[in-house]
Structure formats: structure tokens, C-alpha cells
Design a protein around this ligand. Structure first.
Ligand code: SDX
Length: 452
């Protein structure tokens, strides 16, 4: 028990009636003993359960929470979500205001520093990042080693992990100066790694960063530019990408944020920890869902076939990718904004023919009891793929376009974990239901099961 919270049995009744009520009284019916557990920030400390024992020699009570459905792993001040109300705020600023008025780099600064930057701070921040967009030439050779059809997420995981071998100063994780430098490098280089992975898959020469362009415009340049002719990004696409980057920048303790916190808690360098977070995001239940959602819409094929697909979903044969969320039990506020951005892109690039199928899926899902009862709404991944496809990205690039902006959120979570005096190396407990002691049998003592 840490010294900060008194042990439950030592807790004295407070004179203040309200403070006295800031506790949970639990009775262990096995022993008849009662325990008073302090409530702080609406939660009890799981370690306070350890006093609940049958025998003084016992380890004590644990809480069992597979996939952390109801477990706060940290105290954070970065991002706030109210899943029932469909609220998302970065450092207190509503996502709707940031999407309308901010830029991605300004939002990244906010996530990492806790405040919106002044004009001087933003200029300095932008200059540093735009001067860290190049990657070591050896990384190009490393990327060239991948097969032409390598998934760009696999290339990105590997390349970001490889960055740890170039920047030995990254191990100095408790130096604010080193963390800042690695942050510049990571945010600056992610678009370059993404673009080089894409160009490798096409067998096309790499287009180097152009520090004259803005963050999203430079990515478009490195993806679609041709060597020799200066690329001019279309302002509508550049703005759409910037808004999408703002919407994807952070999302509190999601699977990949939990990953960077867990891996980072071993005090490994930030590149290795970020590579782990990218790997987590790659999964089809997380950031990989935007790619899977497009595959799904292609598989459905027409508006007429939507009812049959929905029937298969309700029968448990498949999932409606891009729907549902662990926290949002209302419309994902990001999906609402993304839908607006989609129409801006379609006005320029032409309507994505899959849009009608997506809208029909949403229409049915918002009415059908299977989805309503389970509070399944479109999430951030449902419409993004339609936009990316209309912008000319192949489906395999969709999760990469999620990883690029999420890097600032990951690093904000990583840094907050490192600086939190309560955080130590992540090491959960388990409930063991395996064999009790048994003894080694030699190979001739082991018999095949009948019919093996
Ligand atoms: C992201 O956590 C974050 O913040 C993530 C993210 C971020 O910004 O970091 O928001 C980004 O990852 C968004 C989610 C992208 N994933 C998908 O769109 C994949 C499809 N969605 C599901 O796999 C699911 O909804 C999850 C993974 C998103 C959430 O899963 P939960 O909270 O564990 O919910 P569950 O799987 O326990 O589902 C509860 C019920 C189940 O039915 P029953 O067993 O009660 O009968 O809802 C059903 C599920 O079968 N269900 C779905 C469904 N999602 C849940 N049924 C059909 N289609 C779906 N998409």
C-alpha cells in the first residue's frame, strides 16, 4: 500500500460528513469482516482490495477485468471522452472547435505541451518539425529490402523501430531536451516513412520532403509528386487531410495508447515504444478498421445487397466494420465531422460510388434493434476510407494515415506516463486456473490419446 492512501482498516471516520461518505464499505461474507475503501476521483484503488483476506498469509483480493473494460490504468490530463454524450476534447478544447479553427501541427503542440501555442511557439515548433522530415539514407536501403507488396504498416512498424538504432540519444528518456528532439524527429519523419513505403510499393522513386510545404501538403507531395516538377498540393485536399489528422491525433486510453504506455513503462526508447503502438493500431479491430470497412463495402457491392449483409452481421457471421466503440455509446463525434469532410472531397474528386452503400448501412443500422440495443454507431473508421480512396490512396495506406497523426497523441501519453510519479513498469497480475504441481514423465511414459 502506497503511503498516499491510508490502509482501509486504518481509515478513521472523517469529521466531515461529505468526506466520510467518500468511501466504499465492503463486507466479505466469507468472514463477516467489513472494510472501508477510500473513493478518489470516483474510483477505488485496486490495491486497497488486498486487505480483504481469508487468512493473513493470503495474497489478498484482486479485481478481475479482462481487456480493462472497467479499469483506469492512469490519471491523465490529455484527452477527455464522454462516450454517452459523444464528447471528445483535447486538453479541454472540443474536437469540433479544433477541427474548424486549428491545424494539425497546432493541435499536436496542444496535446504535447498542454496549451495552444503562441505565434512564436507555433513558428518554432513548425520549423523544428519541418527540419526533421528527412530520414537517414540507410533507412531507404532498409525499405528497399521489402517485397513490392509489403503492407505499408509492416514497413512503418519496422522503419520506426529502426530509427532507435540511429538515434542513441533517444534512450535518455528523462531528459526533457532529448524527449523534445525525438518528438520533433518522430512527428517530422512519420509522413516521410509513410510516403517512401507507398512509393516503394509502386516501384517509383522517392520524392524528398519539401520544407516549404505545410505538414499535410508535404505528405501529398512525397506521395504523389513527380521528381523534377515542384508539387503544388490541392488546397481542398490539403485542408481535408489536416482536419482528418486533427480528428485522429489522440483518443485517451485506446489500445495503441495503452500499448505505448505499457511498452514505454519498461523505459525503452520512444521509437521502440511507438513502433509497438503502430503494431497495435494495425489490428482490424483498431486502426486497421478503416481499411477493413472499405473491403467490406466493396464486398457488399451494391445498395440492394446491404439488407442481406446486415442479416449476416446480425447472425454473428461478420461485423459491420467501422461501427461500434468501447467508449462511444453514441455517434462518434469524429465520424460526424468526417462525413462533412467527405462531401468537400467528393465535390472536388467526384462522389465515391461506395458512399451510397455506406449511407444505406448507416441508415439500417441506426434503425435496427440489433445495433440500437448494442449502441453501435459509426466510429472514426467508417467514412475515412471513402475519403482516402477518393483522394487516390490505396486501401493499405488507410491505417498508415491513422498512424501519422496519432503519433503526437501517443507521444503525449508516453511522456505523461514517464513523468507520473505513480507509474511504474506495467506488470498486471493473473488468476491462475492451470494445473497444480505435477511431475515430469519420460517420453516412454507418455501415451498417445486413443485414436491419435
Ligand atoms: C478505433 O478505443 C478507441 O478509442 C479506438 C479508436 C481511437 O481513436 O483510438 O476510436 C479507433 O479503433 C475505432 C474502432 C474501430 N474498429 C472497428 O470498427 C471494428 C468493428 N467494431 C468492433 O470490433 C467493436 O465495436 C469494437 C472493437 C470497436 C469495440 O468492441 P467492444 O467494446 O469490445 O464491444 P464488443 O466486441 O464486446 O461488442 C458488444 C456487442 C457484441 O454483441 P453481443 O456479444 O453482445 O451479442 O456488440 C457487437 C458484439 O458482437 N458488436 C458488433 C460490432 N461491434 C460490436 N456487431 C457487429 N458489428 C460490429 N462492428
Amino acid at each position: 500500500m502506497d503511503s498516499a492512501s491510508p490502509s482501509a482498516t486504518q481509515l478513521k471516520k472523517s469529521d466531515d460528513p461529505v468526506a466520510a461518505r467518500q468511501s466504499l464499505t465492503v463486507t466479505d461474507n466469507r468472514t463477516g469482516k467489513s472494510y472501508e475503501l477510500p473513493i478518489t476521483n470516483g474510483a477505488i484503488r485496486a490495491s486497497d482490495l488486498r486487505q480483504i483476506k481469508l487468512d493473513p498469509a493470503d495474497f489478498g483480493m484482486m479485481s478481475y477485468d479482462p481487456s480493462f473494460n472497467n479499469t483506469a490504468s492512469c490519471i491523465s490530463r490529455v484527452t477527455y471522452i464522454d462516450g454517452d454524450a459523444g464528447i471528445l476534447r483535447y486538453r479541454g478544447y472540443p474536437i469540433e472547435e479544433l477541427a474548424e479553427k486549428s491545424t494539425y501541427l497546432e493541435t499536436a503542440y496542444l496535446l504535447l505541451h498542454g496549451e495552444l501555442p503562441t505565434a512564436t511557439q507555433l513558428k518554432d515548433w513548425t520549423n523544428h518539425i519541418s527540419h526533421h522530415t528527412f530520414i537517414h539514407e540507410s533507412i531507404k536501403k532498409f525499405l528497399d529490402g521489402f517485397h513490392y507488396d509489403a503492407h505499408p504498416m509492416g514497413m512503418m512498424i519496422s522503419a520506426v523501430a529502426a530509427l532507435s538504432t540511429f538515434y542513441h540519444d533517444a534512450k535518455d528518456i528523462f531528459s526533457a531536451e532529448s524527449r523534445q528532439l525525438q518528438t520533433y524527429r518522430m512527428i517530422g519523419k512519420m509522413p516521410t516513412i509513410a510516403a517512401f513505403s507507398y512509393r516503394h510499393s509502386l516501384g517509383m522513386p522517392f520524392v524528398y520532403p519539401d520544407s516549404e510545404l505545410g505538414y499535410p501538403g508535404n505528405l501529398l507531395n512525397m506521395l504523389f509528386g513527380t521528381t523534377g516538377v515542384r508539387y503544388r498540393p490541392n488546397p481542398t485536399l490539403e485542408h481535408a487531410l489536416d482536419v482528418l489528422f486533427i480528428l485522429h491525433a489522440d483518443h485517451e486510453q485506446n489500445c495503441s495508447a495503452n500499448t505505448i504506455r505499457g511498452v514505454g513503462s519498461s523505459h525503452v526508447d520512444p521509437y521502440s515504444a511507438t513502433a509497438a503502438a503502430i503494431a497495435a493500431l494495425y489490428g482490424p479491430l483498431h486502426g486497421g478498421a478503416n481499411e477493413e470497412a472499405l473491403h467490406m463495402l466493396h464486398e457488399i457491392g451494391s445498395v440492394q445487397k446491404v439488407p442481406d449483409f446486415i442479416r449476416r452481421v446480425k447472425a454473428g457471421e461478420t461485423k459491420l466494420m467501422g461501427f461500434g466503440h468501447r467508449v462511444y455509446k453514441n455517434y462518434d463525434p469524429r465520424a460526424r465531422i468526417i462525413k462533412r469532410v467527405a462531401y468537400e472531397v467528393f465535390d472536388l474528386m467526384g462522389k465515391n460510388p461506395l458512399l451510397e452503400i455506406a449511407l444505406e448501412c448507416e441508415r439500417i443500422a441506426l434503425e435496427d434493434d440489433y445495433f440500437v440495443k448494442r449502441k453501435l454507431y459509426p466510429n472514426v473508421d467508417f467514412y475515412t476510407g471513402l475519403i482516402y480512396q477518393s483522394m487516390g490512396f490505396p486501401m493499405s495506406m488507410f491505417p498508415v494515415l491513422f498512424a501519422i497523426p496519432r503519433t503526437s497523441g501517443w507521444l503525449a501519453q508516453w511522456q505523461e506516463m514517464l513523468l507520473d510519479p505513480e507509474q511504474k513498469i506495467a506488470r498486471p497480475r493473473q488468476i491462475y486456473l492451470g494445473y497444480d504441481t505435477r511431475h515430469y514423465q519420460t517420453i516412454d511414459q507418455r501415451k498417445d490419446a486413443p485414436g491419435a
